[in-house]
Design a protein around this ligand. Sequence first.
Ligand code: GTP
Ligand code: MG
Length: 450
Amino acid sequence: ISSLRDRITTLNSRPALDPIRIGLFGSSGAGKSTVLNTILGKHFFLPVSGMHTCTSCQVHVSVCKSRYYEAKIFLLSHEEWKEEVKNLLMLVESRHKNDETDNDLEHAIKALKAIYGEGAEEKSYEDLMKTVPEVTIPPSRVITLKKTEAQDLASELDPYIRNQDGVVNSSPQREQMQLWPLIKQVQVTLPPSDLVPEGVIFVDIPGTGDANKKRDEMWKESILQCTSIWIVADVERAIGARAHEIMVQEAINACQVGKCSDITFVVTKMDKIEVEEYVRNHQGAMGNITQHTAILETKRDLKIRKTRALKEKMMLRLPSDAEVLQKQDMVFTVSAKEYWNFTVLTREETEIPKLRDHIRKLYLDMKRNQLHDYLQEILGVFSLVQAYHSTQLSQDPPMRQEELQSCLSGKIEALKAVTTLCFSQMDGLLLKGVQSARNTHKRNIEKILM
Ligand SMILES: Nc1nc2c(ncn2[C@@H]2O[C@H](COP(=O)(O)OP(=O)(O)OP(=O)(O)O)[C@@H](O)[C@H]2O)c(=O)[nH]1
Ligand SMILES: [Mg+2]
């Protein structure tokens, strides 16, 4: 009864259906934040940059039933920050030992300076803990922003998310910018829209390939939590990049041990295909080909090649009936730039609408699976309740252990008798066969040898 009660309580307390989590992984500058902005129908919302690594922390974006654009910026707890300071100081210490500078060391010095001011890297841990931070840290460790317009939220949020390397410190948003070493995660919610369903959480992950090791490894921790993994690659790096190979292997691993049931490859910046380059790379191509045709041909070619490569890799490590292998569309070739400008491609050809359909399909598939599991559990509970009920109301007293034992022994004996009979019949026939082989083998061998 108590186990039944536990199962019903769990069923009851579980939010009807868990949200699905789509993680965007890829090298820095691949266009992850831009694709996400475009899917959300916002030209500039999350910060993007072509100059240097842009997104500095994980940003979760979802749609919810509110008319406001909201963001929650979660900071490291006091204990977590103390640990971080110890780690940063250890890196600074290594400078004295190795007498060399590297990017991790530079990052550590910048982080300490941002919070404790000039000369922080020269101080001891104890001294730093006594130093009053130059930034205001809210006691709740959460900063909440709430706006009625997307652009207002975007501009207030920008200094918290944008990587602050090389930023001039006289900026009016200096105070917010300096908080970056403390920021753990940002959660953004948007009002409902027709473009993406409620219950989908996009996770924009800082790009890999960064000089900073810690930032570079962050994606590996997040990948196991994703229900759908998107590997985002610039068209100029879409084929043969080692970074993507590693991501595909980690994504397949996430299908085996994590929550993932979908791997999608998104090739970005299709508008960058140049006609001259296309003609040079394709010997059979005509010289008078248009850029439009060159892009469409490249899209088709990339889809075939990447789908084949992805499937081959998946098949090596996953069972042939794995859900992730049954997907129709695995590769999308998009252009966010053309979605807004449409100088060469139509909106359909940019594949942004197709990517939105893909999300809706993923959402429906996953919800269907979750609902199926949920109903299975309800059915299980019902049948247990029914079984319990019928034993409680039964007129006959419940069978005792000895009765069960003797009933079971009787059945085993009966089974033994049938098995013996069955084998004795087989034995008879086999013995007959052996006898006839003995009688005829000499004759047969002689016939063969003659
Ligand atoms: N030509 C072209 N440029 C694009 C397209 N999409 C993104 N970009 C540019 O690529 C650069 C990098 O884009 P981001 O969206 O910041 O890249 P990211 O992957 O989020 O980078 P990190 O945040 O550093 O990981 C920006 O200058 C974008 O304007 C596209 O479809 N076409
Ligand atoms: Mg980004």
